[in-house]
Design a protein. Sequence first.
Length: 227
Amino acid sequence: MPPTWLLVLSWAALAAGFVSFAIVVADTYLRGHRQPVRVMEIVWPVTVLYIGPAAVRLYWNWGRAEVLARRRHGGQVRKPRRGLVVTQVSRCGAHCALGFVVAEVALFALKADPAQETLWVDYAGDYLAAVTIAVLFRYVGGPGRGVTKIWRALSTVVTVELVTITAFELALFAWLTLAHHVVFPEPPLRPDSPVFWFAGQLGLIAGFVAAWPVASWQLDRGAGRAE
């Protein structure tokens, strides 16, 4: 069993994420602050779920639809740069977070124990799941139909999101490697323990921080398009 203090800390971090999740969901659906791009109504709850109260502040400042539209003197509507970066990182981070959960649960259900198997199997599953979810989000939210719609979703992910997703995932994997071998080596981290998901939260936060400058760089190059 993990030490009591670590279990308490893990449950507290997870609880903070769920409370933050409830706050954003209530603000969206009960207070009527709906997103113009519907997929963001998934992105923001997922973001606050793993980051917690700090992400609620980000959502409050940059995630609501009305704060993302600022008017210039000429009357044109534009989105502030920081809002674009926050939205882009949050969107890519949601893909990575959902991919992490889906892949880790699926692999554990298939008896692929990260405590016994090589971690690269988990990392490959996490990455592929994140990219697949990114394509799915673009497909569902995009125009058109059939093969053309699939191709448009794939090309958008490759040109707009793939670099940011990769930076996010690399930071996540680096932290998970440290967590498994150095920080929490005993007992082994497994998805049936709250410590595993607490470690995952920390890794996703590290990914969010690492992806920020990458998304900013893409935006400067004109490649970043959050929505």
